[in-house]
Ligand binder design. Structure first.
Ligand code: DGL
Length: 279
């Protein structure tokens, strides 16, 4: 295939930008569309049936509009629930999901005390519990459902003041001591959280490995493009490609947000209003 691949990166808000950055690094030849369903944010607070219907409806609209070669669901809360439905409904489109990186964390941990920091919905999912059972049976896994962190990350990206005390209150339950041992790996199981990585490093009561699956998701996206969609690896010198961002909320993105998006190569920003309807 000689044309540039088009990749849609989807999240409830700005968290998927942490995945977009890795995808852009690995596929500099790709045209990226970043789609934030901010009208539905936060997904972590939506009941599963509503979330499933919502994501399928929004993706239907986005796939029809952008005709992407691959879709990255850059959201753990959605991926742990909706991937089978999306793959069933759009069989011609490859979907790459983002699920809690419990397997690599369990392999990395020396203390065998691993924490999974995620939205309350992700920690409640059967999918997450299955990952723990399958890959981390030899570890003591603490699931931490944070009600506030994704919103704090959004506020940070909008240039708002985010108090350290608010962030620390959310991450503190991830730090567990048991006898002589303490947590040495914390899985960032919500794509919003790496946006606050600097805060986490600074506020952590002790040093841990923060496990972020974004590089692995980018590798999987590249693999899907090559093996399923017939694209070759990017040439060493690729022409500059234009990227864009689209939001489902009807408010115009703020100047601060546009600036943050521009810094990530997302020059063109539009809104495609899709109000969340709660029956
Ligand atoms: N970024 C999303 C995730 O990875 C969740 C944020 C939300 O609650 O909408 O889980």
């Amino acid at each position: 295939m000689t044309r540039a691949p088009k990749i849609l990166v989807f999240d409830s808000g700005l968290g998927g930008l942490t995945v977009l950055a890795e995808v852009a690094r690995l596929r500099p030849d790709a045209a990226l569309v970043y789609a934030a369903d901010n009208a539905g944010f936060p997904y972590g607070a939506l009941p599963p049936d509503l979330l499933l219907a919502r994501v399928v409806a929004v993706i239907a609209r986005l796939v029809a509009r952008f005709e992407p070669d691959a879709v990255v669901i850059a959201c753990n809360t959605a991926s742990t629930l909706v991937l089978p439905a999306l793959r069933g409904k759009f069989p011609a489109t490859p979907f790459v999901g983002t699920v809690p990186a419990i397997k690599p964390a369990a392999e990395l941990s020396r203390s065998r005390l691993v924490s999974v920091l995620a939205t309350p919905a992700t920690v409640a999912r059967d999918y997450t519990h299955d990952l723990v059972r399958t890959y981390a049976a030899h570890c003591e896994v603490t699931l931490v459902g944070s009600a506030m962190l994704a919103s704090l990350a959004e506020a940070f990206m909008q240039g708002e003041e985010v108090p350290d005390s608010a962030i620390l209150a959310e991450i503190a339950p991830s730090f567990v001591e048991s006898g002589e041992s303490r947590t040495d790996c914390v899985v960032l199981a919500c794509t919003h959280y790496p946006l606050l990585a600097g805060h986490f490093e600074r506020l952590a009561p002790w040093k841990v490995a923060w496990v972020d699956p974004a590089p692995a998701i980018a590798r999987q996206t590249d693999k899907v493009l090559r093996e399923r969609q017939g694209f070759s690896a990017p040439e060493p010198q690729v022409p500059a490609v234009r990227h864009q961002a689209v939001f489902t909320g009807d408010a115009e993105p703020s100047a601060k947000l546009r600036e943050a998006l521009r810094a990530r190569g997302l020059e063109c920003v539009s809104v495609e209003p899709m109000p969340l309807v709660v029956a």
